[in-house]
Design a protein around this ligand. Structure first.
Ligand code: FAD
Ligand code: AMP
Length: 461
């Protein structure tokens, strides 16, 4: 059994863990990072953000080639889907990015330890890998992330699985049933719809994309229905089974839907299995997340947690930002995350993105606000791209004009939202955004126009 002493040991090498390790090393800490999987990068890189966006991009090109090129005066014939090649491209992107993390670790002198980590006592972590080892460290950072949540009444099997399976179906299912109308269900549902599957989404609530601005979620639902994705709202799924080579999903006591594959996308649960939290006296909350204070410290001094495992928005950039703030706090005494400007993106077509408060939240909190909006069909660049569906809206305080929320459905909403996030980080008013330069012709001009519309002076509406 070998033993080494560090300033910081990080458990998990997802976007929280590996980014936190790099930042801590930059600040001069001696860092070890333990990861139970052979490849680094966590959910985001291995089975999340990156492979899903790779498939979204490929499937969008396939769909565009089949249905969108004619309008550009391009005639194509004999278009064929080569699914194994599409999957291989996705895997190659993942592999390439995975290989870069050990290089970063080496560059920054971060010790990478392969194995499952468990807490022994404050300052001591045991690693069960090829050999068993003990790491001693002044600080411990838990960044073990999350895994797909299941549903009572559903057992995982070959044709009833999670996003991980839906990222690698061996063939296009004829009928795909998606349980859950959140980001993951809608993104992967879109992939398989574009590749030819008949897709039906079952959602428990009376709307999709919970947490999004209601008007934007409503427009998203309309857009997806136009793509002939089927929706059954207020559908409480109770079971899913395979009978006679068919998947049968039962919901609302009496109803059922039949399909060839089922994707269960009802959220994610924190991963604390094997961490041995009880050994150091850390309790999880009712949903299994690890409670932390504003410095990301658990109730045990010297043990911290960040990313999906502490809850909040389960997003990669949120996980990374928390890890950075946490290690900066450890190394310098100052570290801070501003959740008010955290953007959220759904990479469907059109994309859906938001930052700050929704219209409903402002109404509920009695905040007086002005709303400015602009539709993409009035934007030159959107017309050029042939992607005119969507709207951007800016919510600004009625008295101060400070921007409180920006919500977009439209082409490249996920990129456009960055301007809104930065503007809000600097406390911008809608007037500030309206007066700033926006190149022509660009999609970003929609933001300027929506900002002008807060004061009812949009120029192209
Ligand atoms: P994780 O990425 O889950 O990493 C935790 C790591 O800890 C894992 O590698 C795990 O193996 C390791 N680990 C766990 N326990 C132990 C242990 N005991 N010992 C050693 N190692 C351990 N987010 C976005 O922001 N944008 C997106 O577009 C997006 N798309 C997504 C698409 C899908 C299909 C999915 C599933 C998720 C998506 N997410 C997206 C969410 C994003 O992947 C997560 O929010 C992010 O990965 C969380 O980072 P993390 O570091 O906290 O945890
Ligand atoms: P998210 O948490 O954003 O990944 O979204 C998960 C979605 O699944 C939410 O919209 C939930 O309302 C939905 N959901 C959760 N449980 C069920 C269920 N039993 N049947 C149908 N939808 C569900």
């Amino acid at each position: 059994m070998s033993e080494t002493t560090y300033d910081l040991v990080i458990i998990g090498a997802g976007p929280a863990g590996y980014v936190g390790a790099v930042r801590a090393a930059q600040l001069g800490l001696r860092v070890a990072c333990v990861e139970k999987e052979p490849e680094l990068g966590g959910t985001c890189l291995q089975v999340g953000c990156i492979p899903s966006k790779a498939l979204l991009d490929s499937s969008e090109r396939y769909h565009e080639t089949l249905h969108g090129l004619k309008a550009h005066g391009i005639a194509v014939s004999g278009v064929e889907l080569d699914l194994p090649a599409m999957m291989a491209r996705k895997s190659k992107i993942v592999a390439k990015l995975s290989q870069e993390i050990p290089v970063l670790f080496k560059k920054h002198g971060i010790e990478h330890s392969y194995g499952t980590a468990g807490l022994v006592e404050p300052g001591v972590v045991r690693v069960d890998g090829e050999q068993q080892s003990t790491i001693r460290s002044r600080h411990i950072l838990i960044a073990t992330g999350s895994v797909p949540a299941g549903l009572p009444g559903i057992e995982w099997q070959e044709r009833i699985g999670t996003s991980t399976e839906a990222l690698a179906f061996p063939e296009v299912p004829r009928r795909l049933i998606v349980i859950g109308g959140g980001a993951i269900g809608l993104e992967l549902g879109s992939v398989w719809r574009r590749l030819g599957a008949e897709v039906t989404v079952l959602e428990y609530l009376d709307h999709i994309l919970p947490g999004s601005d209601a008007e934007i979620a409503q427009l998203a639902l309309r857009a997806f229905k136009k793509q002939r994705i089927g929706f059954k709202l207020e559908a409480r799924v109770q079971s899913a089974v395979v009978e006679n080579d068919e998947c049968i999903v039962r919901y609302n006591d009496t109803e059922e839907l039949r399909g060839d594959r089922v994707l269960v996308a009802v959220g994610r649960r924190p991963l604390t299995d094997g961490l041995n939290l009880a050994a150091v006296g850390i309790d999880t909350d009712g949903r299994g997340f690890i409670p932390v204070d504003r410095q990301f410290q658990t109730k045990v001094p010297g043990i911290y947690a960040v990313g999906d495992v502490i809850g909040g928005a389960l997003l990669a950039h949120k996980a990374s930002q928390e890890a950075i703030a946490c290690v900066e706090q450890i190394a310098t005494g100052v570290g801070w995350v501003n959740y008010d400007t955290l953007p959220n993106v759904v990479y469907t077509a059109p994309e859906v993105a938001g930052v700050g408060q929704t219209e409903e939240q402002l109404v509920q909190n009695n905040v007086p606000f002005q709303k400015g909006q602009f539709v993409f069909r009035s934007n030159g660049r959107a017309r050029i791209l042939g992607q005119t569906e969507g709207v951007i809206k800016i919510l600004a305080h009625q008295q101060t004009d400070r921007v409180l929320g920006v919500h977009i459905i439209g082409p490249r909403a996920g990129d456009l939202i960055a301007e809104a996030s930065v503007a809000m980080e600097y406390g911008a008013s809608s007037e500030d955004i309206a007066r700033a330069w926006h190149a022509h012709p660009s999609l970003a001009e929609t933001i300027k126009e929506a900002a002008l519309d807060v004061d009812s002076r949009a120029l192209h509406a």
